[in-house]
Ligand binder design. Structure first.
Ligand code: ZN
Length: 217
């Protein structure tokens, strides 16, 4: 059982993890993808979760694991077909996460038209910070999301560059499936994704919101 810690609140048991792809224009471009008119959606299992201080482990079936730093939303109550107000209210907290991705495996799967599961769901592929409560912190989208390898910045962007903002994502996703307390939403990564290597120190943060640090082995 994996949980999420929220400052000043009881922990949430993690349900499903819904991930959004291609939510920053520059990132879609760098991978040669067209801009979506609806968010691209996939899932990760809770078994993939690790926390700040843990190591990300290279699976034996990949030689090209990429970092994707993302704003992560914690859902605090059940929501289905939410409007804007309900969608905003359903968000219980904010954190920063790494959606680790096996780019070589994903490339092969894309070519065959297969689902991305093998490239996205391996153990340690969802690294999470602690979360800040949405009651204590109002997200302005002026916050900056930053990721570095061994102190060298690789990804840096303002959250207002998201094509679909956090509320629009909850609204859309809740029209596809019920979201429940403890579900997480990975909101997509900005440009600058690239390979991590064994021995790297990875740091991620959203200014004023959350911080995360992981090794790679
Ligand atoms: Zn991602």
């Amino acid at each position: 059982m994996k949980t999420v810690k929220v400052k000043g609140k009881e922990g949430f048991v993690i349900g499903k993890i819904v991930c959004v792809g291609r939510n920053y224009a520059e990132h879609a471009k760098e991978l040669g993808n067209e801009l979506p008119d609806k968010p691209v959606v996939f899932l990760k299992p809770a078994s993939a979760v690790i926390y700040s201080g843990d190591n990300i482990i290279y699976p034996p079936f990949s030689e090209d694991m990429h970092h994707e730093v993302e704003l992560v939303l914690l859902i605090g109550e059940k929501i289905k077909n939410g409007d804007v107000a309900k969608s905003e209210k359903a968000i219980a907290g904010y954190g920063v996460g790494l959606d680790m991705t096996l780019r070589d495996v994903q490339h092969e799967l894309k070519k065959k038209g297969h689902p991305w599961t093998i490239a996205k769901c391996f153990d340690t592929s969802a690294a999470l910070s602690n979360f800040i409560s949405a009651e204590d912190y109002k997200l302005t989208l002026d916050e900056e999301i930053v990721f570095a390898i061994n102190g060298v910045v690789k990804q840096k962007e303002r959250l207002n560059k998201m094509i679909f903002n956090h509320i629009q994502l909850v609204e859309y996703l809740s029209s596809l499936m019920s979201l429940e307390a403890g579900d997480l939403i990975f909101t997509g990564t900005p440009a600058g994704v690239g390979k991590v290597n064994k021995g790297d120190r990875l740091t991620a943060q959203i200014t004023g919101v959350a911080k995360l640090e992981c090794g790679v082995e």
